[in-house]
Ligand binder design. Sequence first.
Ligand code: ATP
Ligand code: MG
Length: 183
Amino acid sequence: MHFARLRLSGFKSFVDPTELLIEPGLTGVVGPNGCGKSNLLEALRWVMGENRAKSLRGTGMEDVIFAGTDRRGARGLAEVTLVLDNITRDAPAGWNDEDLIEVTRRIERDSGSAYRINGRDVRQKDVQLLFADAATGAHSPALVSQGRIGTLINAKPQDRRAVLEEAAGITGLHSRRREAENR
Ligand code: ATP
Ligand code: MG
């Protein structure tokens, strides 16, 4: 299974519907300052269930919605869809019947986020578990943003262990155990 496309609309500077093809081998995004490279990476994190506004360079979750410019008014909603190619049929259990898996997150001002997987309404937790089981997610060490290497070098051993667990794909197990213990 791999990322195939990223569709954005109303997300940060991507006010008009935009589609990014993620072809095998894509490892970096280059372009002039301010063109939206970091916003793309943040969209990828956001659709996978990122909840910390700070790691999206905002103060609140609604800061991801296009805020308007001198020439264009602000938007009322943002939507990002990540299309996963599952031709190899190795998606986590429960999601393995289709060639394509489409994960969508949408936020409207004053009404919070809603998630869908292949058109079905799901919980944020379901989206986070899907990606955790596939050994990726909003905190995946595969997404290297500015300053991340320095942070890792200076991290406490316990925090570094979390990065290794994320890479090994066992984060979902911890989170399921916590959920079971709280029942
Ligand atoms: P650099 O090379 O400097 O790292 P970059 O390509 O990573 O630049 P981004 O940080 O992704 O650029 O994009 C910054 C642009 O996105 C700025 O012009 C900023 O105004 C715009 N932007 C961020 N959030 C919003 C928002 N909510 N609404 C409208 N525009 C936004
Ligand atoms: Mg940047």
